[in-house]
Design a protein around this ligand. Structure first.
Ligand code: SF4
Length: 238
C-alpha cells in the first residue's frame, strides 16, 4: 500500500538481499533469482507494523531480522522527515523456534509440518505419530539418542515434568517411540483443549462482531498515521 511505496523509495536492494531470513527462505524454496515481491516483503511488513504504531511485535526467532529491518526503516523515516513513527520492539516467547515434525528447520504451515491450534485430538495424534524420531531405533529395546529426536525436542517444551525420565528411559531402551509419542500427544491435547472450547464458544456470530470491531479500530489508526506521514513528508495535499 501507500506506506510500503514510501518506504521502498529509501530502502536499498542490498539491505534486503542481506536479510538472513530472506536468504534462508530463498534457499529453502530453491529460488535462484528473487522476485521484487519476495525481496520486498519485509518492507510491506514494516509498513503493516508501523501504520498501527505497534510498540511490541510477538514473533518467532526467524522473524527477528524482519523486525530489525522495520526498526531501521522507521528510524530512517523519522530522521528524514519528522519523528512521527514508532520503532517496534521484538517480543520473543520462551520457545523462540520449534523444529518441524519432519525434523526440518521450523514448524511451518507452508512446509506442512506443523500442529495447528485448531487441530482435533485425532489430528494431533496422527501428526505426532508420523513425526521423525531417532532413526537408529528399530526395536523398542534399542538404546535411543534423544538429542537427534524431534519428539524429544517437543517433550522438552510441552512435557517438562516427564522429560528427564523419558530421556533416561529412551537412552536405556526402556520406552518405545509409540509410547513416548502418546505421552506427547496427550500433553499437547491437554494444552489445546481450553483453546478448542473458547473457539467453539466464539465460533458463530460473536467472532465476526469482534473482528469487525477490531478492523474498524485498526482502520481509524491507519488513517491517522497516514495523515501524519503525509504531513511529515510535505505531501498532505492528497
Ligand atoms: S523414545 Fe521418545 S525420545 Fe526416544 S527416540 Fe523414541 S520418540 Fe524419541
Amino acid at each position: 500500500h501507500e506506506l510500503t511505496m514510501y518506504y521502498s523509495m529509501f530502502t536499498s536492494v542490498n539491505v534486503l538481499r542481506h536479510n538472513p531470513t530472506v536468504k534462508s527462505e530463498a534457499a529453502q524454496h530453491g529460488f535462484k533469482d528473487m522476485t521484487y515481491g519476495f525481496l520486498g516483503y519485509p518492507v510491506s511488513q514494516a509498513a503493516d507494523i508501523s501504520i498501527f504504531k505497534a510498540h511490541l511485535v510477538p514473533v518467532g526467532e526467524d522473524q527477528i531480522p524482519h523486525i530489525e529491518l522495520a526498526r531501521k526503516i522507521v528510524r530512517r523515516f523519522n530522521d528524514l522527515y519528522k519523528p512521527v513513527l514508532i520503532e517496534p520492539e521484538v517480543l520473543v516467547g520462551d520457545v523462540p523456534r520449534l523444529v518441524g515434525l519432519d525434523g526440518r528447520a521450523k514448524m511451518s504451515k507452508s512446509l506442512n509440518n506443523a500442529i495447528f491450534l485448531a487441530d482435533t485430538p485425532e489430528e494431533v495424534w496422527q501428526k505426532i505419530r508420523n513425526a521423525v524420531t531417532d532413526p537408529a531405533r528399530i526395536h523398542k529395546t534399542d538404546p535411543g539418542h534423544p538429542e537427534v529426536c524431534t519428539v524429544y525436542e517437543y517433550q522438552r517444551v510441552f512435557n517438562p515434568e516427564e522429560v528427564q525420565e523419558i530421556e533416561n528411559d529412551c537412552r536405556q531402551g526402556h520406552i518405545g517411540c509409540v509410547n513416548c509419542k502418546k505421552k506427547l500427544s496427550e500433553k499437547i491435547n491437554q494444552l489445546l483443549e481450553p483453546m478448542r472450547e473458547r473457539r467453539e464458544k466464539y465460533k458463530n456470530d460473536s467472532i465476526r462482531e469482534i473482528l469487525m470491531e477490531g478492523t474498524k479500530k485498526a482502520h481509524r489508526t491507519a488513517l491517522d498515521t497516514m495523515e501524519e506521514v503525509r504531513e511529515a513528508m510535505g505531501i498532505n495535499y492528497l
